[in-house]
Write a protein that binds this ligand. Structure first.
Ligand code: ADP
Ligand code: MG
Length: 395
């Protein structure tokens, strides 16, 4: 689950992680008032969308307008806000469709001496959280990793112990901070590491992390992602959710207890089990097709869930054929076919449907399919299923 920069900063602040002063604005007038309230000579007006690259991003409606701008007066803040609010921001991370800006964050403009990069993520190979620290802040970190890998320092830490002071000093030394910078890092880094663990994040990225002229270290940006599997421990995060930023079909799937990820292709997939869903997508690709989605209905899907799954798949106008691939284990094949046939009638499936079933009660299930009189193509195995569904597209 992603949250907005301003929400990340509010959480940072509550955890003692230093951030600049800022005010949320939903109208141009609020942006002007925020400038006045901040009492600085300059402020920064920042688009709030769940995507990075806003500083370099531009608006579809106003190609000259950037997603993050420095303003020098209340009027300046208002004029920029007028162009930004309700307009569509396109950045490297939003894709061509862009994202509509509904909220702005007006922040005090800082005297930046140095821009650094800081992130905490989970290193799955090592099985520990890791702090990534670099002197090259404000830049695309992937580019730095390509061209100057030596400028990126990493330090794993034990989630129970947190990042220890010597580890913070090691990181500071590795990126060449001076004594004052190292001192600031020794205070800042353990706090963000603790924030990461306490909030069950999958990522906390601060780019840039800045050192001011007075050697204060502050988070100038905040990209926080929570681990969805831990959300049950943080009921309060529900209030941070912005459904306008999420894919509507993914929101719908989540409500039905389905794991669904929309993709660009045209073959809808309905599968039980994440591993099987992945291999189904692989096989579709191998045989020249493009999956329209990842969808795992889970081990114990019921008729309602399968029906909702079909609705979600078919609501995607790109979907030109559907492949159902079920391994009946805990859930018997005939149960799935009952659900499938019910869904077929209620949803009204108009695209070719290929079904591959295997496992418990498969004979009975195949018989039910054959006798249903519906236009459903049966497949004997996975490869056969993938070939058949690709063939329906007549490519
Ligand atoms: P994004 O990463 O989406 O482009 P950032 O929050 O990193 O957005 O802002 C882009 C750039 O704008 C930063 O790299 C920084 O140079 C500048 N900036 C952002 N906030 C401030 C601020 N409060 N004071 C001064 N400069 C800022
Ligand atoms: Mg940034």
């Amino acid at each position: 689950m992603k949250i907005h920069e301003y929400q990340g900063k509010q959480l940072f602040s509550a955890s003692g992680v230093p951030v600049p002063k800022g005010i949320v604005a939903k109208t141009p007038q609020e942006a002007a008032d925020a400038f006045t309230k901040l009492q600085g000579a300059v402020a920064v007006v920042k688009s709030q969308v769940h995507a990075g690259g806003r500083g370099k991003g531009t608006f579809k409606e106003h190609p000259e307008q950037r997603g993050v701008v420095l303003v020098k007066s209340a009027d300046d803040a208002r004029n920029n806000a007028e162009r930004m609010l309700g307009s569509t921001l396109v950045t490297k991370q939003t894709g061509d469709v862009g994202q509509k800006v509904q909220t702005l964050y007006v922040e005090q403009g800082l005297d930046i001496k140095k821009e650094l990069y800081l992130a905490v993520v989970v290193d799955r190979e090592v099985g520990l959280p890791v702090v990534i620290f670099s002197s090259e802040g404000g830049m695309d970190i992937e580019e730095v990793a390509e061209s100057h890998p030596e400028k990126i320092a990493r330090e794993h830490f034990d989630p129970g112990m947190g990042l220890l002071p010597f580890q913070a000093r090691k990181l500071a030394a590795a990126i060449g901070l001076d004594a004052a910078g190292a001192k600031a890092a020794e205070s800042f880094l353990p706090k963000i590491a603790k924030f990461f663990v306490d909030h069950d994040c999958s990522m906390a990225e601060i780019n840039p992390l800045v050192l001011t002229g007075e050697n204060k270290m502050l988070a100038l940006d905040a990209k926080v992602t929570f681990d969805d599997n831990a959300l049950f421990r943080h009921k309060d995060f529900d209030a941070l959710r912005d459904l306008l930023e999420e894919d509507p079909s993914e929101v719908r799937a989540q409500a039905a207890g389905l794991s669904y990820v929309k993709l660009e292709g045209n073959i809808g997939c309905l599968v039980n089990g994440a591993g099987l869903a992945m291999s189904t997508m692989d096989l579709i690709k191998l045989h020249g097709g493009e999956p329209a989605n990842f969808l795992d209905v889970g081990g114990g899907a019921n008729v309602e869930q399968v029906t909702e799954a079909f609705r979600i798949l078919l609501a995607d106008p790109n979907v030109k054929a559907v492949l159902v691939n079920i391994f009946g284990g805990i859930m018997k094949c005939d149960t799935i076919v009952t659900a499938l046939l019910t869904a077929y009638d209620t949803v009204g499936i108009t695209v070719p449907l290929v079904v591959r079933l295997e496992g418990t009660n498969v004979e009975l299930a195949r018989k039910m399919l054959a006798e249903s009189g519906k236009k459903i193509t049966s497949a004997t195995d996975l490869t056969d299923a993938a070939k058949k569904v690709v063939a329906t597209l007549g490519a």
